[in-house]
Ligand binder design. Structure first.
Ligand code: GLU
Length: 527
């Protein structure tokens, strides 16, 4: 990007925010515009902006001062590209305020559902307030929204399984990892004492598979360094926020882990582990990773990093390879929701992973990550409110993996697109196809929702353009499909005038005949 280009961008941003009278920008208008786009004050990409604004505020002893262009530039210059996209509504959810409203409504509906029981196989989970419910969203452009108890910490439990698998894959690659872990849904409970016919865990999303992933992660390091490594990766995935650790949960998990020990011994008996694996250390490592603590708000960034192919949206750092994420999402899609996985894929159609603490991490690839947390679970061990929230989410938005299949599903919103811009583009495309005589293109555009009577800023309609270019077939098609025969553009010209002016006699005659017919009908109707 050249310096001149940059300056033009800065100028355009300044002009879009400046006060008409003073020709300057109020700092709070800049802040409002940032907030409106869904970007937040802690966003690492905007730190310079906020630091400089704060410095100015201090300088003026808290009295708001308008910003001239040079001052404005100095504040935004490091974030100009992000701000430009945000203010032009070019982030992945262009109308973030509208999206927030919808999510707020869905949250309120899901909150009504008071069914379910809190997991109580360890006292630490049993003691959590069952009424808590939080949801947080982070888009691949780092737009953030949280509601309810999204800042309360909870234990990740099984929602850590995708990360365990990703770390094993990054270190060893697919072939090595899948020499130890299968790729099929087990069709059985997540901690079922069973292995596949090769004596391996069925997949990485159930306990046996996750224990196996743990055995593969940095096995040459000390226990302390292995755990630090996992923390570092979570931190990078969450945009710099380090997860906490619940020692009581870890101790309880270890104490009540007969089934996980049994799984471990069974896998060892089947020689499923990599060579030199220390089983007890592996299990301890597994319990430690289950005992990480996060908030829905922070974990939403991790989910968004998965949605963004492994690049953290708020820092721009690549944490995982895209291929790793692609494989992980595939397992989340088919095996992420315990015994509800098949029905989840059918009804919700998104990769997700849940945990017995009541968390559900859902990934909408290339769009956003969503984390819901509410401790009451259904008989499958999934959060009741979390499931309810996701059901309503995909009823409202076209987020199900197959919603966009040819023919589409009607009645669902697509928050990814700016509805007005789509309509404008369809209108422009229709005029272009009309002037080119592209009848097949016109039919396609009409199916997509283009409207025949839409006019551009100058009042020019598709019929004007077809007439001016002598596109007889197109004009006939339009007239047969109920288009207004005689719309006037801003200079008062009708399509008939355009056809006459350009010497397209056949088109002019056709329009004239239709006009007369219409007038005759009108006269008949009047008389
Ligand atoms: N710590 C639990 C276990 O390994 C994980 C439970 C879960 O969230 O699925 O049994």
């Amino acid at each position: 990007m050249t310096k001149d280009n940059n300056r033009l961008r800065e100028r355009a941003l300044f002009d879009s925010l400046k006060d008409r009278k003073s020709g300057k920008v109020w700092p709070h208008h800049l802040l409002q515009a940032i907030d409106h786009a869904g970007l937040e004050q802690h966003d690492p990409r905007l730190q310079e902006v906020f630091t400089r604004l704060e410095a100015l505020r201090e300088q003026s002893q808290g009295v708001p001062q308008e910003l001239g262009f040079e001052e404005f530039r100095s504040i935004i210059s490091l974030s100009v590209l992000l701000l430009e996209r945000a203010f032009k509504q070019e982030l992945v959810i262009p109308d973030f305020q509208e999206f927030k409203k919808d999510v707020t409504q869905i949250f309120a509906q899901a909150k009504h559902n008071a069914d379910g029981e809190v997991a109580n196989y360890i006292p630490q989970l049993g003691r959590v307030n069952p009424e808590l419910f939080g949801v947080a969203v982070c888009t691949i452009d780092g737009q953030r929204f949280k509601i309810g108890d999204a800042d309360t910490s909870f234990c990740v439990q099984s929602s850590t399984k995708p990360m365990k698998y990703c770390l094993a894959l990054e270190e060893h690659g697919e072939e090595r990892v899948h020499a130890h872990i299968g790729c099929e849904p087990s069709g059985l409970s997540f901690n079922e004492l069973t292995l596949n016919d090769k004596g391996l865990p069925h997949n990485p999303m159930i306990n046996a598979g996750a224990i196996m992933s743990c055995s593969l992660i940095k096995s040459n390091l000390t226990m302390a360094d292995r755990f630090d490594y996992v923390l570092d990766k979570w931190q990078a995935m969450m945009g710099g926020v380090r997860p906490g650790f619940s020692n009581p949960t870890y101790l309880s998990e270890r104490l009540t882990a007969d089934r996980n020990f049994a799984l471990g011994y069974s896998m060892r008996e089947n020689r499923a582990f990599p060579e030199n694996c220390n089983l007890i250390e592996t299990l301890e490592f597994y319990f430690q990773c289950c005992s990480l603590e996060v908030t829905a708000n922070n974990m939403a960034v991790l989910a968004a990093t998965l949605a963004n192919g492994g690049v953290c949206p708020t820092t721009g750092v690549r944490v995982l390879q895209a291929q790793t994420v692609q494989k992980c999402l595939s397992f989340m899609y088919s095996c992420g929701m315990y015994d509800f996985s098949g029905e989840w894929a059918f009804r919700i159609g998104l990769p997700a992973k849940s945990g017995v603490s009541g968390v559900i991490m859902t990934v909408i690839p290339n769009v956003m990550g969503i984390v819901s947390w509410s401790p009451k679970l259904d008989k499958n061990g999934n959060s009741v409110r979390g499931i309810e929230f996701c059901r309503q989410l995909v009823n409202t938005f076209n987020f199900h993996n197959y919603d966009n299949i040819v023919g589409g599903l009607h009645g669902k919103k697509d928050p990814r697109v700016d509805a007005n811009a789509v309509r404008r583009n369809l209108g422009v495309d229709l005029c272009w196809a009309a002037s080119e005589g592209d009848l097949a293109g016109i039919k396609r555009l009409l199916i997509s929702g283009a409207s025949l009577d839409d006019a551009d800023y100058d009042g020019r309609t598709a019929l004007h353009l077809a007439a001016a270019e002598g596109q007889l077939e197109v004009v006939r098609y339009f007239l047969d499909h109920g288009i207004k025969v005689s719309p006037k553009d801003r200079w008062g010209n009708t399509p008939f005038d355009d056809a006459v002016r350009a010497g397209h006699k056949k088109v002019a005659n056709l329009l004239q005949t239709r006009l007369e017919k219409q007038a005759g009908r009108e006269i008949k109707q009047v008389s």
